[in-house]
Design a protein around this ligand. Sequence first.
Ligand SMILES: Nc1nc2c(ncn2[C@@H]2O[C@H](COP(=O)(O)OP(=O)(O)OP(=O)(O)O)[C@@H](O)[C@H]2O)c(=O)[nH]1
Length: 346
Amino acid sequence: MNYEPERERRPQFWRLAMRCAQIAGTVDVIFFFLFHALGSPVLAWINVVSVAMYAGAYYALKYHKNKIAVVLIWAEVLGHAGLGTVLIGWESGFHYYLLMFIPAICVSASRRWAVYALLTLWGYYVALDALMWYIEPLQPIPQTALNIVHLFNLSVVFAMFSYLASYYLSMVVSAQRKLREMATTDSLTGLFNRRHMTYLAEKEVSRFRRSGHPVGFLLLDVDHFKSINDAFGHEAGDRVLGCVADVIREELRAQDLIGRWGGEEFLVILPDTNADKAQASAERIRKAFLARDWRAVIGGDIDVTISIGVSELRTGEDLSAAVSRADEALYRGKTGGRNRVELETI
Ligand SMILES: Nc1nc2c(ncn2[C@@H]2O[C@H](COP(=O)(O)OP(=O)(O)OP(=O)(O)O)[C@@H](O)[C@H]2O)c(=O)[nH]1
């Protein structure tokens, strides 16, 4: 069933299996006392074997012997369900435990093995059901005791299914969150990546068309970044980029959108902000760069400055027009000596 590599591929599944082995072992301890109280010592002692098997499965999982754990758990559930049913009857509800394998098989095995395992499980379940049409329980217990066992089994299976379902849901939700984050975020700076920034910018352009509220754009580029890389190494350059993102974030409002547009280039979208106010924000960022202690970041004697081009979205134009005007302004900032904020020309 290719179980060993699963631990690496699906660690949450195996952690969940450990938890289930603990819970199932505890349930079997309760069964031990329950069957003693109900006057069925044979069934009570079967649970001692079950507890031992779950303890074995738990430690096997703990020490990454997943195959052994899977064999023990399968043997316990199939054996316990079969024996319980044959000894005290179908009404005992021991067969419900077999159903709990269905989600476990689907998430743990490859599709091909899952089909084989599900068919085997179905065959076993149906065979057990059919067998009980023809034979009487070998160790019948009084009807009231049987009802108690049935209700107990039903309740345990309900509780286990609820637990498994909520666990699977939380796994799916956290995987979705991680995927969304990976798809929208630049891993080095934690800012939005270019693709997501384009999506957000398009939304702002649509909002502008509907409401007419101004939208400002800043295109920022670290000055002489290549020389930082060359002098202090790529890792120091990466640290600078992380810190550049922090400086920009600190100087802007929560609703402003900041993205890494290229290598050392950043795009900022300022909702409800005209060109004059955008220019003031850009100035604030530029000055914050001058105030920053870059030596502590780089570990060497160098100052980091930034050039910023500013534009405002105009009626009837699309995103690329506004960004390219910010880019032209940025180019003027670079050619005009860097460490400058330049506003778009008319
Ligand atoms: N450390 C690091 N460097 C990067 C990354 N992305 C791009 N760069 C580097 O950024 C440098 C950009 O260099 P240039 O385009 O010549 O620009 P510059 O040196 O900043 O010069 P001006 O923009 O004209 O002031 C290149 O050396 C790239 O290798 C990154 O993720 N990490």
